[in-house]
Design a protein around this ligand. Structure first.
Ligand code: FES
Ligand code: FES
Length: 158
């Protein structure tokens, strides 16, 4: 099946099995490697991206469902070269990552959360961000999201 979609602002067409996970289109066809494969079962969040503004676990979202949609991956989060999304700035400021594998998924989930709730509480974060980090960086992630909310409200944003 021909799949037409826009990835990070670039119109793209791929020939793909309609049931293939969107994750493989992103990684293997579009060659955007920031979106990771972890569990393959919509549990860990490593594969998170935005599809028409919604947070999606792309390992469990088919190519045909993505047809005609706008995809944003970690590579397109800031909206342009030499810019950082407040989430990315806060991640740097806090020094969040350890091995880094889960981090793009967390950042995509966090950026989506801030779009829906610009002033989240720590409880909001604990209830909304269900990604898994095997390195245990969750405390720094919470700190970074709260900082990103401040950066965003101060206009230090994308
Ligand atoms: S790889 Fe998709 S949620 Fe774990
Ligand atoms: S930083 Fe290693 S899995 Fe999260």
């Amino acid at each position: 099946m021909k799949i037409n979609l826009t990835i990070n602002g670039v119109d793209s067409t791929f020939e793909a099995d309609p049931d293939m996970p969107l994750l493989w289109l992103i990684r293997d066809e579009a060659k955007l490697k920031g979106t990771k494969f972890g569990c393959g079962m919509a549990l860990c969040g490593a594969c998170s991206a935005h599809v028409d503004g919604e947070l999606v676990r792309t390992c469990s979202y088919s190519a045909q469902m993505a047809h005609g949609k706008k995809i944003t991956t970690i590579e397109g989060l800031s909206g342009g070269a030499n810019r950082l999304h407040p989430i990315q700035q806060a991640w740097l400021d806090v020094g969040v990552p350890q091995c880094g594998y889960c981090q793009s998924g967390f950042m995509m989930a966090a950026a989506h959360l801030l779009e829906e709730n610009s002033n989240p509480t720590e409880d909001d974060l604990k209830n909304s961000i269900t990604n898994i980090c095997r390195c245990g960086t969750h405390p720094r992630i919470l700190k970074a999201i709260l900082l990103a909310a401040k950066l965003q409200s101060n206009g230090t944003s994308k």
